[in-house]
Design a protein around this ligand. Structure first.
Ligand code: GLP
Length: 233
């Protein structure tokens, strides 16, 4: 696990941008994308650049159950606003929050088998969740439906009018699905991520209590942290 210490979110987003660019230049075809505020600046940098994803495929980590892609808080809508509208991919895949559970799990697993991820961008939740894999998720999990924890609902309610509007469930790639990516780039900025980053970088083996620790066994992980997120390590 390589840790890159940067001074700011701006610098970290620039590094992330350069790594994505390098991967594309080196022939990467499938880009694993994440939502949340963490990669927003990185996506902005991609949209401001001359990068061309028209031959590439994107697959996203997760989506809220019950929100159609046209809903402003859906992750599909987020991706369209932040990246896809400006930089279209040949194909962009996200879980479909309106599809029935079993059908959606099978459909998305088929997408992931068809398009193995070359480079996966990740953020991290306060409780160490990656994608929507909350503490207690099996380390060998694949795409599944999850009930969001109160901690995640609290963190995400800022995007909704009121807490009761935050969906209680999501479809997410599992921890084993994420581990299949050839290369993983995890970004964390700000003091509120310091505890989660400490837990991740001090782990010696994966534990279900802290989902991010599954990454300890991945051969190619880079973590980009600003000073605040690195303040407890
Ligand atoms: C959400 C997403 C995660 C994301 C996390 C952190 O729960 N499902 O993929 O990493 O929140 O979000 P943020 O980057 O806004 O801190």
């Amino acid at each position: 696990m390589e840790i890159l210490y940067v001074n700011s979110k701006e610098e970290g987003s620039q590094k992330g941008y350069e790594m994505i660019r390098e991967a594309l230049d080196n022939g990467a075809k499938v880009f694993g994308l994440a939502t949340g505020s963490t990669p927003e600046r990185l996506y902005e940098k991609l949209t401001e650049s001359d990068v061309d994803f028209s031959d590439a495929i994107s697959v996203n980590l997760d989506e809220y159950v019950g929100l159609p892609g046209t809903h402003e808080q859906s992750y599909r809508y987020f991706m369209e606003q932040k990246l896809f509208n400006q930089k279209p991919f040949k194909e962009s895949h996200l879980p479909d929050g309106m599809n029935e559970e079993q059908a959606e799990i099978e459909r998305y697993e088929a997408v992931l088998s068809k398009y193995p991820v070359d480079i996966q961008i990740l953020g991290i939740g306060h409780n160490g969740h990656i994608a929507f894999n909350e503490p207690g998720t099996a380390l060998d999990s694949h795409t599944h439906k999850v009930a969001l924890t109160q901690s995640t609902i609290n963190a995400n309610k800022r995007f909704f009018e009121k807490e009761s509007d935050v969906p209680g469930y999501a479809y997410t790639m599992g921890l084993a699905s994420i581990m299949k990516a050839k290369k993983i780039l995890l970004l964390a900025f700000g003091e509120d991520k310091a505890e989660a980053i400490k837990d991740l970088v001090t782990a010696t083996e994966p534990t279900e209590d802290i989902p991010s620790t599954v990454l300890v066994n991945h051969p190619d992980v880079t973590i980009i942290v600003d000073q605040a997120a690195a303040s407890l390590i």
